[in-house]
Write a protein of this length. Structure first.
Length: 289
């Protein structure tokens, strides 16, 4: 059955207006709300003992497979479609140091800027979330992320983009992220981003021999929701230390606004096509039943 042209162009028109007008209205509304600020998590590598409890808590909270036992895993791993977070072990100039990796929840995420249908979205509270109902499977979010965070379920019949969402549903009900809530060594601290930055600098000043004088994530890629303290230079922990201090979407903002058809019409067209095709498939399945 072919696409219903009338419904498609009706949806396309509504979608275009939503992206062109609604987005500006929403942005104005967000900027006017001074009571809302980003939340985040600070990982203190000097306190982390590598117990990997956060991996197990994350898997349990999101219905993911149980992580492999420590004896069966390599020291350095990346997140994947079944693991939203991993704790890696590094042999450093100060001995063994553990570092937790996951989505960084950038203040201005490149993944959300690259997403043509707004399936990847920066929430008011700070977490960057993914909406499968909007995703068209282009995987631009994977290509654009400077931290290589989003992962695609290549082997699934109904693939999703998988990544840490900072337990957004828990945050909405007033609960902290599962990993930070259960950390036995208090290596993970959840709170308002500005408070975390203040606490990080306080720890550095009070313990100059314990920490390097740098809060990773405070300015990297324009600032991130995940912040790090470390007893050794971050390059010893496999962290990217050559990232720009400005956000990556800022590099293309001027170009996008100078070419309105790219900023509004193309996303509207693709989202309209995606929704029309999906609705058409649902109709066909209903008729077959």
């Amino acid at each position: 059955m072919g696409l219903n042209r009338r419904n498609f162009f009706k949806l396309l028109g509504v979608t275009g207006m939503t992206l062109a007008v609604g987005k500006d209205a929403k942005a104005a509304s967000d900027s006017g709300n001074n009571d809302v600020e980003f939340y985040g998590i600070m990982h203190d590598a000097a306190r982390c003992k590598g117990c990997r409890g956060c991996e197990y808590d994350c898997a349990d909270a999101h219905g993911l497979p149980e992580p492999l036992p420590s004896k069966d895993i390599p020291a350095v791993r990346t997140t994947n479609e079944t693991s939203n977070t991993v704790v890696n072990t590094y042999q450093t100039s100060k001995g063994e140091v553990f570092i937790k990796r996951q989505c960084m929840h950038c203040n201005e995420p490149a993944c959300a800027a690259a997403c043509l249908t707004q399936a990847m979205h920066k929430t008011k509270m700070g977490p960057v979330t993914w909406d499968g109902n909007k995703c068209m499977g282009c995987r631009y979010c994977m290509v654009s992320c400077p931290f290589d965070s989003p992962k695609f379920e290549y082997h699934s019949a109904n693939p999703k983009i998988q990544k840490c969402d900072m337990c957004y549903e828990r945050l909405r009900t007033g609960e902290p992220p599962a990993c930070a809530f259960n950390c036995p060594n208090e290596a993970l601290l959840y709170g308002k981003r500005r408070d975390l930055i203040a606490e990080a600098h306080k720890r550095i000043v009070e313990n100059p021999g314990l920490y390097v004088d740098h809060v990773y994530g405070e300015r990297e890629a324009g600032g991130t929701g995940w912040l790090y303290l470390s007893p050794v230079p971050f390059e010893e922990l496999g962290m990217k230390t050559t990232l720009l201090k400005s956000s990556y979407p800022a590099l293309t903002k001027g170009f996008l606004y100078s070419v309105p058809s790219i900023f509004v019409l193309v996303p509207a067209f693709l989202l309209g096509l995606h929704q029309s095709t999906k609705n058409n498939h649902l109709k066909e399945e209903t008729e077959d039943e």
